[in-house]
Design a protein around this ligand. Structure first.
Ligand code: ASP
Length: 589
């Protein structure tokens, strides 16, 4: 028997028990005639005590960091208790120990605060994974996985696997391809998602499908993307958007409670895509704090709100020449020093933000207003602007002006930056919301083509189908497409699908595919739609991201056992790698 207990298990009640533990040596403190060591396994750390009689054995059989050791002894009470660990009240007074395996000195310390850099840790990922922080992340991932499955099971969803060696699925990224040896010169594509398969399963009548599945996208890896990542992929038949939102709101509530003990009673807020862009400057608003954007001047049309000032001329050329003027009220920042404001101005001028300057209005506690543009605006005018962004006494109004797209994006970034600086973006607060009514298309200016904003299988809203006949109207077509956003991060998205062949053909045509191309690429789906396809819709969640958010962290990499680095490389395996000529020849490459 290698062990009677784990290293995380023994407590004060176990005093007097004879136990056997097995694990890795974290540290050894040899005091000359006696010694202590910490023994670690997946479950925790237990202190080993080598008394004088066993110490001789330690001298003849030295142990070091990361040695695998079996320790036998009696549980005793510790004199110097460690309240930071659950086993901190006890230690094991050893009667015997055996080295099961020795270890080279690890290239970095196996502790939460390690001295190992990223690349080194990735190269020795099997050692990195011994660190308690990563162990906790993977445990959380497992719990989220189980919680998702439990919920979906209660809702009648079946887990059905779909193939990895397929034809391209258009989700907007490049495909990874796999050469076929048996069909020389031909390639499989790895799925960007199981999208078309889950739709075919609906045609087959397998209403309520899900899968926790790998997806593959050959994208340039921005900061926190992985070429292979995991989705919770779901599809339902005979549903409207409302059914899907309710079902998956239920899933999130279940998971938040199950995994984090956080109970969210209220329905998740819903915001239209237009309003999200209008008030937050992006389609994944962080609603943990207010500071909404006031649109003082903009060429963008918003059906529900107009907060433009309606001033024909501002009398300030920077604003008069700009397409867009946006403002936010930074809570309680009126007393920012000159230096702080200058620093913020430099911040918006950085190339990533790309603005040429920052205008501010101090809404002083005494009710007066003071701005960086006092020359051009009367105090009354400043007051009107401040009121438009809901500024209170003590706030600092920040204004940006310029090109519509850039300014909106910059204001969105500035709002988030101020949210960070003001401590409004607390990772332990969960504020989910739905963004709905996405546009069906987006225009690619460079190539003057219309692209599917979600994917080509998303249905236009029924009342907008007629607009599909007129290309000049494409920008106005909205879809029953929705994203779920948590704390400023999109964690999932889906849509109600097209399920009639003629509408699907029209959609492909709108995206610039000829009849032959659509038949060649999607003949299977178009064909299936001729045999009684039910109305259906679905959603998919980024599982890695959800875990990272629930773990209160921003990067998904530490929630994946064996991730790739930012260049898409597995530095441990040194993959991708060249293959030899014989293999190439066999593959017809
Ligand atoms: N397949 C979609 C995606 O990966 C999700 C969906 O529409 O269900 O984004």
């Amino acid at each position: 028997m290698f062990r009677s207990h784990t290293c995380g298990e023994l407590r004060i009640e176990d005093i007097g028990c004879d136990v056997v533990l097995s694990g890795w040596i974290q540290t050894v403190r040899d005091l000359g005639s006696i010694a202590f060591a910490d023994l670690r396994d997946r479950y925790g750390i237990t202190q080993l005590y080598f008394n004088e009689s066993i110490h001789a054995q330690l001298v003849s059989t030295p142990i070091g960091r990361e040695f695998v050791v079996q320790a036998k002894g009696k549980v005793i009470e510790r004199t110097n208790k460690n309240s930071k660990i659950p086993t901190g009240s006890i230690e094991i007074e050893l009667s015997d120990f055996e080295v099961l395996n020795s270890s080279s000195t690890p290239p970095f310390t196996i502790e939460d605060d390690t001295d190992g850099g990223d690349e080194l840790r990735m190269k020795y990922r099997y050692l990195d994974l011994r660190r308690p922080v990563l162990r906790k992340n993977l445990e959380l991932r497992y719990r989220v996985n189980r919680s998702v499955r439990n919920y979906l099971d209660t809702q009648g969803f079946w887990d059905i696997e779909t193939p990895f060696l397929i034809r391209s699925t258009p989700e907007g990224a490049r495909d990874f391809v796999v050469p076929s040896r048996m069909n020389e010169g031909q390639f499989y594509a790895l799925p960007q998602s199981p999208q078309t398969f889950k739709q075919l399963l609906m045609v087959s009548g397998y209403d309520r499908y899900y899968q926790i599945v790998k997806c593959f996208r050959d994208e340039d890896l921005r900061a926190d993307r992985q070429p292979e990542f995991t989705q919770v992929d779901c599809e339902m038949s005979f549903v409207e958007q409302e059914d899907i939102l309710q079902t998956f709101e239920g899933l999130f509530k279940h998971v938040f409670y199950d995994v984090k003990g956080v109970r969210i009673e209220d329905s998740f807020p819903r915001i239209t895509w237009d309003d999200a862009m209008w008030f937050y400057g992006n389609d994944k608003p962080d609603i943990r704090f207010g500071m909404q954007i006031a649109n003082l001047k903009t060429p963008v049309y918003n059906t529900t709100v107009t907060d433009a000032l309606g001033w024909d001329v501002f009398g300030f050329s920077v604003f008069d020449n700009a397409q867009t003027v946006l403002a936010i009220a930074a809570t309680g920042c009126a007393e920012y020093t000159r230096k702080q404001v200058d620093e913020l101005t430099e911040w918006v001028k950085r190339p990533q933000i790309g603005m040429s300057g920052l205008v501010y209005i101090r809404c002083n506690a005494d009710g007066s207003f003071k701005s960086s543009v006092d020359k051009f605006f009367s105090e009354d005018q400043l007051k009107v602007i401040a009121a438009k962004c809901g500024a209170a006494a003590g706030d600092l109004v920040l204004l940006l002006a310029g090109n519509e797209t850039r300014t909106r994006k910059a204001m969105s970034e500035l709002r988030l930056e101020m949210g960070n600086r003001l401590g409004f973006r607390d990772a332990s607060v969960y504020k989910p919301l739905w963004v709905i009514d996405f546009p069906l298309f987006e225009h690619d200016e460079e190539n003057d083509v219309w692209l599917a904003r979600h994917h080509p299988f998303t249905s236009p809203k029924p009342e907008h189908i007629s607009l599909m006949d007129d290309r000049s109207q494409y920008g106005k077509i909205k879809a029953n497409a929705y994203d779920i956003v948590l704390n400023g991060t999109e964690i999932g998205g889906g849509s109600i699908r097209i399920y009639h062949r003629d509408l699907q053909e029209k959609m492909f045509a709108a995206l610039g595919l000829s009849k032959e191309e659509s038949q060649d690429k999607f003949g299977f789906l178009l064909g299936a739609f001729e045999y009684g396809a039910p109305p259906h819709g679905g959603i998919a969640f980024g599982f890695d991201r959800l875990c990272a958010l629930l773990g209160g962290q921003e990067t998904i990499r530490d929630f994946i056992a064996f991730p790739k680095n930012n260049a898409g490389r597995d530095v441990m395996l040194d993959a991708p790698s060249a293959i030899d000529d014989a293999q190439k020849k066999e593959l017809g490459l």
